[in-house]
Design a protein around this ligand. Structure first.
Ligand code: ATP
Ligand code: MG
Length: 200
């Protein structure tokens, strides 16, 4: 086959692909608030959530963040996004495996959940990021049925992003878009410590 033939074949394939994509774009008519889940053991879940918040506020939408598990270090995204009108509620206890006090962890999780519920009833908030909430459901610090109910009854146009490992199947079932981040390798496994601006 000559170069010309290869090019012609490539062009025809691309045209066909474009026609298919155009058809699907034209067929997708519905507008609605989406529930997104970013789960899995690989790195990139919270950064994806915060990236979505940045994308939303870049378009002039309003956004709020609830961080369910928060390290003792500052996180770069909070400083930036708060300056741009994003409200943050940070569960005060640090990593649960650092505090190892179940009672105070449950209280903090419940307070963060109470705040999340008010956000999930507020139509003036266009996007809610519930960062690491999956762990609270796994530990049963917050009630799965309550989470499902609050998500299902939220304002019709409100988007929600949920991040964290091992997302409960029932949340995945009601979500619109679910991605699983799979680890291929991570610098930490080679003894490299968490890097500012990359890991927090
Ligand atoms: P990020 O905030 O970087 O998007 P994440 O939200 O996907 O990460 P978490 O489980 O919340 O992942 O972990 C938070 C911290 O742990 C980050 O500093 C991240 O780099 C690190 N981390 C994530 N995945 C791994 C992994 N597979 N091995 C070691 N460290 C990890
Ligand atoms: Mg995370």
């Amino acid at each position: 086959m000559t170069d010309k033939d290869i090019n012609a074949k490539h062009k025809a394939r691309m045209q066909e692909q474009k026609a298919n994509v155009d058809k699907r774009i034209a067929a997708a008519q519905e507008d609605k608030g989406l529930l997104l889940v970013i789960t899995g053991n690989g790195k990139g879940k919270s950064t994806s959530g915060f990236g979505t918040v940045a994308r939303a506020i870049g378009h002039g939408l309003t956004a709020a963040v609830v961080q369910y598990v928060k390290g003792t270090w500052d996180c770069g995204e909070r400083d930036l996004l708060e300056k741009n009108g994003v409200t943050f509620h940070v569960m005060g206890t640090g990593f649960t495996w650092e505090t190892q006090n179940k009672e105070t962890d449950i209280q903090a999780a419940q307070a963060a959940w109470k705040h999340s519920k008010t956000l999930l009833q507020d139509p003036s908030i266009n996007l809610v990021l519930l960062d690491e909430i999956t762990y609270m459901v796994s530990y049963k610090y917050i009630d799965l049925d309550e989470v499902l109910e609050a998500l299902s009854n939220r304002p019709k146009d409100q988007h929600v992003v949920i991040t964290g490992r091992a997302c409960h199947r029932a949340i995945i079932d009601i979500a619109d878009t679910v991605s699983e981040v799979r680890p291929i390798k991570h610098a930490f496994d080679n003894g490299i410590k968490a890097q500012k601006g990359i890991d927090w």
